[in-house]
Design a protein around this ligand. Structure first.
Ligand code: AHR
Length: 513
């Protein structure tokens, strides 16, 4: 089968923002403890940060890392996580039914983020937290000195303010699994007042309103319509989350679930457009989407048959954790080749929505539904989904072009879709074209034909493919290289007919002549 992608260099979707390749780490399971922070081990540095993790995170070249949650944030008091570690108290953590030791907090995260060269994006607690505490956190982090909270930061060993730019106004406040869950009207009011106070402390910050995420909730999109009507003048982004699950929909449908994400993003955009049309003053303000959680999540450690059953449950009822453990090893998903191909497809969709999605965080980064797994012996494993994400972050930069697609289609739950799903980027700095392409035909090779008007001839210089006969194959500590991308020979290639292996995700790099 064949897909033809036709472009014109002048017809652009948009420039990829560096924050499109971002991630997320939550006080959940072993994401922070055992992931980032593993004190008194010979594989960690003097501050307790794992050296192997720092190296791999640096390699991912991330835009921002969102912290500290997630569901966790909605009952978190950031003041418990500052000051001398021996004085920090243990608290009950309600989102995941754990004990939070508070040995890692905002100062530790900001220091670590600086060491790995990533900007922090911090969520404030708008569930059980009050708006004054949110403003005080901005003061603690961003005010230079001379006030109680800024001087306390200095006393805690951090002379320079962190100048954190991106702030999330709560997390998934539409769901009743969230501590302090409220109606859209109540959230809009609380978020507006928090936004005012946080910007009074530092007017340069950028704020993310908490949009709706879960399509099965009756408030989906209605929530966004209501909150954005009043929050539009106060915020800079709206968030949404999207997880794709391999249930029993069949391989082709799972591989094609990029289409669901595409629709999800467009739904949020439509709600945003509606709210924008109702504005009297801020009609021209272009609010972007912050997709601050996305990934494949197969609920291997959640006792649920489908996301539809989540409503009304608290998350701690669902995982394998025994109640009140310190950083239990929960939600440690093991990813297959098929999951990796699907993640690659989702990445392509994010690129093709780069006009509206300015921040996107792969959720999460370490151990919990994550591309990177660590063990207690100081070993680190890159899971299958690490590879498409790494290549997207490395090569997915430049200007995404607007495609016209023709060719063969396959019938899926999402309609008839092209056999190859693809995104094409023109990188004017390098005078290169970079193409990401997912062949959803699981039995046969497919052929990609690429035409770009108003650009010179293309010479293929690199073809990396992720594929294999066993879609269920996984990387493990014993066999870490079972599923890894391979470079193919590009000697005799022709941009009008590039062969993509069956069930494969591909990166193609062309020099423009
Ligand atoms: O990433 C895991 C959880 O998924 C987050 O805590 C929550 O925001 C989402 O539902």
């Amino acid at each position: 089968m064949k897909s033809t992608y036709s472009y014109d260099k002048l017809f652009k979707i948009g420039d990829v923002d560096p924050k499109v390749w971002s991630s997320f780490t939550e006080h959940l399971g072993r994401s922070i403890y055992g992931g980032i922070y593993d004190p008194d081990k010979d594989f960690s540095d003097k501050d307790g940060f794992r050296e192997d993790v720092k190296k791999e995170v640096k390699n991912l070249n991330l835009g921002v890392i969102r912290y500290p949650g997630g569901n966790f944030v909605s009952n978190y008091n950031w003041k418990d996580g500052i000051g001398p570690k021996k004085d920090r108290k243990k608290t009950m953590e309600f989102a995941w039914s754990s004990i939070e030791t508070n040995q890692f907090g905002i100062d530790d995260f900001c220091q670590w983020a600086e060491e790995v060269g990533v900007e922090p994006m911090i969520a404030v607690n708008l569930g059980t937290g009050d708006i004054r505490s949110a403003a005080e956190l901005v003061e603690y982090c961003n005010h230079d000195h001379g006030t109680y909270w800024s001087d306390l930061r200095i006393k805690n060993g951090h002379r320079k303010p962190y100048n954190i730019k991106y702030w999330c106004l709560g997390n998934e406040m539409e769901g009743d699994w969230q501590a302090g869950h409220m109606s859209a009207e109540d959230y809009a009011k609380k978020a507006r007042e928090a936004a005012k106070m946080m910007k009074w402390v530092d007017k340069s910050i950028k704020l993310v309103a908490c949009g709706s995420s879960y399509e099965m909730l009756p408030t989906y999109l209605e929530w966004d319509r209501i909150i954005m009507k009043s929050l539009y003048p106060y915020v800079d982004y709206i968030s949404t989350h999207n997880y794709n699950m391999n249930s029993n929909q069949g391989t082709l449908n799972f591989l094609s679930s990029w289409k669901q994400l595409d629709q999800h993003i467009k739904n949020t955009k439509n709600a945003l457009n509606y709210a924008q049309s109702l504005q009297k003053k801020d009609r021209d303000k272009d609010i972007k989407i912050c997709l601050d959680e996305w990934n494949v999540w197969n609920f291997q450690d959640i006792k649920l048959d489908s996301l539809d059953d989540l409503n009304g449950m608290t998350t701690f009822e669902l995982t394998s954790a025994k109640k009140w453990e310190e950083h239990p090893a929960i939600l440690q998903e093991k990813y297959s080749l098929l999951d990796a191909l699907t993640v690659g497809g989702l990445g392509i969709t994010i690129l093709n929505n780069t006009d509206t999605v300015e921040i996107a965080c792969l959720a999460q980064l370490l151990n919990v539904i994550a591309p990177i797994t660590t063990n207690e012996d100081g070993q680190l494993l890159k899971q299958t989904i690490y590879y498409p994400f790494e290549l997207l972050s490395k090569y997915g930069r430049g200007t995404v072009l607007e495609p016209q697609v023709t060719g063969d289609t396959q019938h899926t739950d999402y309609g008839d879709l092209p056999v190859i799903e693809s995104a094409t980027i023109y990188d004017s700095d390098k005078n290169q074209v970079k193409v990401f392409a997912l062949n959803t035909d699981t039995k046969n090779t497919s052929h990609l034909s690429l035409n770009i008007a108003n650009l010179g001839d293309l010479k293929l210089t690199k073809h990396v493919t992720l594929t294999g006969d066993d879609l269920e194959a996984r990387d493990t500590f014993d066999e870490p290289n079972k599923v890894i991308p391979k470079d193919l020979d590009v000697a005799d290639s022709d941009s009008n007919d590039i062969t993509l292996p069956k069930a494969s995700w591909n990166l193609l790099v062309f020099d423009v002549k």
